[in-house]
Design a protein around this ligand. Structure first.
Ligand SMILES: [Zn+2]
Length: 303
């Protein structure tokens, strides 16, 4: 697969990817060794292999006694803060916008801390760029966080500790070397400005982030929907998969020409139902791209 991918890039005369996010094999356990992924894509010698930060954080979650612990959410949120910092200019602009919204409603100015509470996660993700703090800073912060949580402070009201001492110390020993692998790649813009939005009289930038393997994982979710039902024989499974991928490529091709469609489902039964209903009620198909499944002819098809 890797060889095929490199071949397709080469034949298309397209510059190879600069960064690849992975959930494992980001680096070699041996000093000066090469990561397996980098060796696999040997032709792309400029390729930077990075570990997906969400996966990195999940490895620390393996050191807790239970995810139902009172302090679990706090621990994970603080772990994320050990890794990321927000762009201060973006945050200042969002504060200003929120203040503007309050003023418009006749509310007197409030403190920055109070404003923080009014900012939703969605707003933060849309308007504020994040960046990694660098290896030294992150190492120092995670060590301090583990030291704190692995002490009396890491117990709930009943005295149950959040962290399993042995396990979390082992996780820390194993994961330290990957702090280099989660740092944002140098000289590579991870954010794309998608537009602006006016809020509280302030013009805010909207961003889309390319960091991590989230977009790929969203695609996995679609792959799931290509297969109807919960069981299929191997040959049907493959047929569904190929047919789904064909539809996917078709849609991406059309999107490039006609712009984005509002439809996001790949479930053929849902699309069939919508097509039939819209024909009945609106006398036209809402989904121009929909093609009804072919009728069974009784003949075996051959390619
Ligand atoms: Zn690594």
């Amino acid at each position: 697969m890797a060889a095929g991918l490199m071949k397709r890039y080469r034949e298309a005369g397209v510059a190879p990817p600069a960064v690849m996010y992975v959930d494992r094999d980001c680096c070699s356990p041996h000093a000066h060794g090469q990561s397996q992924v980098k060796a696999m894509f040997a032709e792309w010698n400029e390729l930077q292999v990075r570990l997906d930060i969400w996966h990195f954080m999940r490895r620390f979650a393996a050191g807790v006694t239970t995810e139902a612990h009172q302090l679990y959410g706090t621990f994970m949120a603080r772990l994320s803060k050990c890794i990321f910092e927000l762009d201060p200019d973006d945050v200042a602009a969002l504060w200003l916008a929120k203040q503007g919204e309050l003023l418009a409603r006749g509310v007197r100015p409030v403190s920055e801390k109070a404003l923080d509470k009014l900012i939703s996660r969605k707003e933060l993700a849309l308007h504020c760029r994040k960046r990694t703090r660098g290896v030294e800073e992150t190492t120092r912060r995670i060590k301090a966080l583990i030291d704190e949580m692995d002490s009396e402070k890491g117990r709930d009201t009943l005295g149950v500790p959040l962290l399993d001492h042995e396990r979390i110390q082992q996780v820390w020993i194993d994961q330290q070397r990957h702090i280099t692998c989660i740092q944002d790649p140098e000289r590579f813009p991870l954010y794309m400005k998608t537009g602006t939005l006016k809020k509280g009289g302030v013009e805010l930038c909207c961003y889309r982030c390319a960091r991590g393997s989230t977009s790929l994982e969203s695609f996995h979710l679609h792959l799931n929907r290509f297969i109807p039902g919960t069981s299929a024989s191997d040959s049907h499974f493959q047929a569904y998969l190929l047919e789904g991928l064909m539809r996917w490529n078709d849609d991406r091709m059309e999107e490039a020409v006609r712009g984005k469609s509002d439809l996001r489902t790949y479930s053929s039964s849902e699309r069939e139902a919508m097509d039939q209903l819209s024909r009945k009620v609106l006398k036209r198909s809402l989904d121009e791209r929909y093609r009804p499944p072919g009728a069974y002819t009784g003949k075996n098809y051959s390619c």
